[in-house]
Design a protein around this ligand. Structure first.
Ligand code: 5GP
Length: 174
């Protein structure tokens, strides 16, 4: 059994952070186009807010991946369930993820997209749990560094529940 046991990040804190990230991204990519690649389903809410906060020419596409392996740690291989619709050759691509835990998902995704010859490839995550990292990966834009708690909300689920919470909550076993 589990229950939602508290709020980790409020709607307002998230909104402020999304605006801050958008400003940094805007100045880094000044005068250039960006393709945001949202990772389904968890990053759907974040990428929708982020794209509206970036005052540049922004395109959006989505990928859906699943990590092989059982239990709570990713094995290091990702299976592409839905690939990009567009060719990223010569484009500035920014992968937008909800949360980085072991880092395996993003590491694999990064290496896969790198083979497609983008002009640039960077990573943005709303949440980062560095204490759980198993794979070395540089993340260019990080919203919040958080402790090792199981979180939900703002697009992120537990068993497909809680994605529609406007804040980030903590789920605990009871
Ligand atoms: P990684 O490959 O970095 O270990 O896994 C990242 C993925 O694990 C995230 O995209 C997310 O789906 C899942 N994940 C990691 N930590 C949490 C968490 O606290 N809550 C939820 N709901 N999913 C998490």
């Amino acid at each position: 059994m589990y229950k939602l046991s508290g709020v980790l990040l409020s709607e307002n804190e998230i909104k402020q952070k999304v605006n801050e990230l958008a400003q940094v991204i805007e100045s880094d990519y000044e005068g250039q186009d960006i393709l945001l690649v949202g990772i389904l389903k968890g990053a759907s809410v974040f990428v929708a807010d982020l794209m509206r906060a970036i005052k540049l020419d922004v395109n959006i596409d989505f990928m859906s991946v699943s990590s092989y392996g059982s239990g709570t740690t990713s094995s290091g291989t990702v299976k592409i369930l839905k690939d990009l619709d567009v060719d990223i050759d010569g484009k500035n691509v920014l992968i937008v993820e909800d949360i980085i835990d072991s880092g395996a998902t993003l590491r694999n995704l990064y290496d896969t997209l790198m083979t497609r010859n983008p002009k640039s490839l960077r990573l943005c995550t709303l949440l980062d749990k560095p204490s759980r990292r198993k794979v070395n990966i540089d993340v260019d834009y990080v919203g919040f560094v958080i402790e090792d708690k199981f979180i939900v909300g703002y697009g992120i689920d537990y068993d497909e529940k809680y994605r529609n919470l406007p804040y980030i909550g903590i789920v605990e076993d009871i």
